[in-house]
Design a protein. Structure first.
Length: 404
């Protein structure tokens, strides 16, 4: 299938416009990373505490941020995740200790920040109560008059309640009366109404990434990108020439720089999934560049009378249909992932959306012009060397005879 039949677009004629575009965006990204927003590393790299919160109603991120600020939890990162109807929010805190107490600290800070300003007196929050707290309360009240079996029966009831809350209702219930659907006995529900209330949220899970682990992940991510570029350089050097490898690696570095710069300009966090996307786009861009280079190498052998600039233009035109088909379909796929994949895949898909566009563009307007620029430099160097070679009297006489 072909979109274009015998196209003859002078791509290299417009190279300076596209190089200016690359320069503007590269410099903007560098300035953003150096002076404005920095490199917005996610918790995976900088370390911190992730708190997963389930709400009984659609959450308002601005209100949550205001409540966290009021409680002294500044610079917390808040994002929705999962299905929008699930009303789930991920809160990233800067607590970096890795002890069990730090887990409880992060959970308790979020609960304290989000709980009602005037909670019911002498009542516990059922949405954030553990099995032991519920069991101890039921044992103290003994609503079933269980006698000697009280410990076992109320332990089972407490586990039944928390399983219903966490697994069936996703971590939060709107009222104690909802426990009827779990088969909880009426006396137990009545007792719970006396000692518990239900807030509009529940902390589902807490995770901690220590600073040492985050630092190690940073190093490994950088090495992964550098090793991939070095391996591709070696492969292209072996398959083509060194200049082909250098041009392709420079194009891939250009793609990576613009993608990371875009994340900095947009204030989007770079997580492990984003690094995976960057490695994916490096491979994709390199593959697209190799297709163009392979056609250039074939045409150099066939079209010996044409200049390299003409050969490069012709090669790009010959592979244009293939480029539009593969890049266009891939772009539509990652764009769908970005639009409908949800918050968890948002960073990953955004990196791919940017990378597919920039990677396809760089194969044509960054890597290919470098080949022509290198050949032009070699020709100028060769002419300069020839001009500096002294001419002997005999050679001068031969030139005169040839002219005569």
């Amino acid at each position: 299938m072909e979109f274009f039949r015998n196209p003859n677009i002078p791509f290299l004629k417009y190279k300076w416009y596209f190089l200016a575009f690359s320069l503007i965006f590269s410099v903007a990204g560098i300035l953003s990373m150096a002076f404005w927003h920095g490199v917005p590393l996610g918790v995976d790299f900088r370390g911190g505490t992730l708190v997963y919160v389930k709400f009984t109603h659609p959450p308002d991120n601005n209100q949550i941020r205001a409540e966290l600020d009021r409680a002294g939890l500044h610079n917390a990162r808040i994002q929705r995740y999962g299905d929008a109807a699930a009303n789930e929010v991920l809160v990233a805190l800067d607590i970096k200790e890795t002890s069990e107490a730090a887990l409880d600290q992060g959970k308790n800070q979020i609960i304290k920040a989000l709980e009602p300003l005037s909670p019911p007196a002498a009542k516990q929050d059922l949405n954030n109560a553990g099995v032991q707290a519920i069991q101890d309360f039921l044992l103290s009240r003994d609503p079933l008059h269980a006698g000697s079996d009280a410990a076992q029966r109320y332990s089972e009831s407490a586990r039944q309640i928390t399983n219903f809350r966490d697994k069936t209702r996703g971590g939060a219930i709107a009222s104690v009366d909802e426990l009827k659907a779990a088969g909880t006995a009426a006396p137990v529900i009545q007792a719970l109404n006396d000692g518990f209330y239900t807030s509009d949220f529940g902390v589902r899970h807490v995770e901690i990434v220590g600073p040492q682990v985050g630092k190690q992940l940073q190093t490994q991510a950088k090495l992964a990108i550098l090793y991939s570029l070095a391996g591709m350089l070696a492969y292209l050097w072996f398959r083509f020439e060194l200049i082909y490898g250098v041009a392709a690696v420079v194009a891939c570095f250009h793609d990576t720089l613009i993608t990371v710069g875009a994340f900095s300009l947009l204030g989007k966090e770079i997580s492990l999934t984003v690094i995976a996307a960057i490695l994916t786009l490096v491979g994709y861009s390199m593959n697209d560049t190799i297709v163009v280079f392979d056609r250039i190498r074939e045409n150099v052998k066939l079209l010996r009378r044409e200049s390299l600039a003409e050969i490069v233009d012709r090669s790009i035109n010959q592979t244009l249909s293939r480029t539009v088909l593969t890049s266009g379909l891939t772009f539509l796929t990652v764009l769908s992932l970005y639009l409908f994949g949800g918050e968890v895949l948002h960073g990953f898909s955004l990196a791919l959306v940017i990378g597919i566009i920039i990677g396809t563009y760089s194969s044509i307007f960054i890597a290919s012009p470098m080949l022509v620029a290198y050949q032009d430099w070699r020709l100028r160097k060769a002419r300069g060397a020839a001009a500096t070679v002294p001419v002997t009297p005999s050679q001068r006489r031969e030139k005169v005879r040839a002219k005569g």
